[in-house]
Design a protein around this ligand. Sequence first.
Ligand code: NBP
Length: 472
Amino acid sequence: DKAVIGVTGLAVMGRNLARNLARHGHVVALHNRTVARTKALVEEFGHEGRFVPAETAEEFVASLERPRRLVIMVKAGAPTDAVIEEFAPLLEPGDMIVDGGNAHFADTRRREAALRERGLHFVGAGISGGEEGALNGPSIMPGGSAESYQALGPLLESIAATVDGTPCCVHVGPDGAGHFVKMVHNGIEYADMQLIAEAYDLLRQGAGLAPAEIAEVFRSWNSGRLDSYLIEITAEVLAHTDARTGKPFVDIILDQAEQKGTGRWTVQTALDLGVPVSGIAEAVFARSVSGHAELRQAGHGLPGPRAAAGDVSPDDVEKALYASKIIAYAQGFNQIQAASAEYGWEIDPGAMATIWRGGCIIRAKFLDRIRGAYESDPQRPTLLTDDHFTQALGDAQNAWRGIVATSARLGIPAPGFASALAYYDALRADRLPAALTQAQRDFFGAHTYRRVDAEGSFHTRWESGRTEEPAN
Ligand code: NBP
């Protein structure tokens, strides 16, 4: 039997993806640099489906039916290039290489162009949901040509998570579009987690609740509009007691959050595209601050209030959290739209919300709302103008402003809540002080300015008579 698809790179992700494919009745070819991994998979899980193990690259390629579908699940970066170089010469025109790793979209664009020259399809596919998702149904974001999706899409859709009968997998767009969208997914995940952390901190320090009580608050939120995987696991974590000490588990964890880099990529890329993603940026920087032990040590004695429980109400925190979450997602979707315009990807933002409803870390009811918002107006400049979101933001006004003010007064850092509110107010403003900034730029650097009452650009001769002249 020939295999319909092959997976090379059988660490946790590749192994689980191969098992998922086999469990759905597909014949799966297997390959790994270290042969022991291939053997272990067949020994442990061979009964789950039909596997065709191969020891060499040649054997692996020969075991695939044409057009060959070869999935790479190795470490992102140089290992991915090495594996592509190993297999590309063995493939024939029309075959496809799928990179399911966490590649940077610029690398995917480069690889796609190089392989297209050689007559091969290259599909950069974002796969979310970690090892659990890979095995039981991930959210899959494949890029590449429409032609490659015809041959590959049905297979991927068969193993993806489903919500209301719809698979969490759709053709995202050409070349790097899939990996770009996966990157922004991760950036949004950072923002969502930061907002949840701030909500916890406000309930803990601001309302004086114990972790077990806060777990109950999150549990109740999880049956409302905040219903999501991240809120659900937050309740689980907060309810957990450390077996060694009997203390709340959250209190024995070192308070330094790490990162693997996709959040940073999201912000770097947003800066290049000129898209304000302040929510994601605050989340990346908050993790960074947490990890700077020496700064925190140095800053620990600085004057200011030590949080003492105030009158923070869980209902107000819920409203502030929901409002700030709307802002973070609106910013992330704007980043996808900006990249889509920049690279000519024609990404359907509503379809991205649809495939994030299941399988991935940010899966949530909320994404159905976003889907609806883009269905009613695919071109909308911001999600904030959708009726449901506008109303939620309106309802949150007192609570949101109160929570941000209280956090400042009590000395509880809430950069996510505060920056979301500042962004919201900036969009609402009649006039921004950017007028002054632009005037300063003209003063010291002759950078020119535009007037509200005339066409064209102008420069004022600040040093000689302050006369205004047209600039070209
Ligand atoms: P790793 O990222 O730990 O990579 C291990 C695999 O890469 C092994 O199969 C290893 O082969 C292979 N490999 C390396 Br390293 N260098 C190689 C080379 N030069 N030539 C051939 N093979 C090489 O595996 P993972 O955690 O399963 O993740 C796979 C991909 O999926 C990564 O890109 C990751 O970012 C992405 N991802 C991971 C998760 C997650 O939750 N772990 C979630 C979403 C996406 P060996 O066995 O011979 O050493």
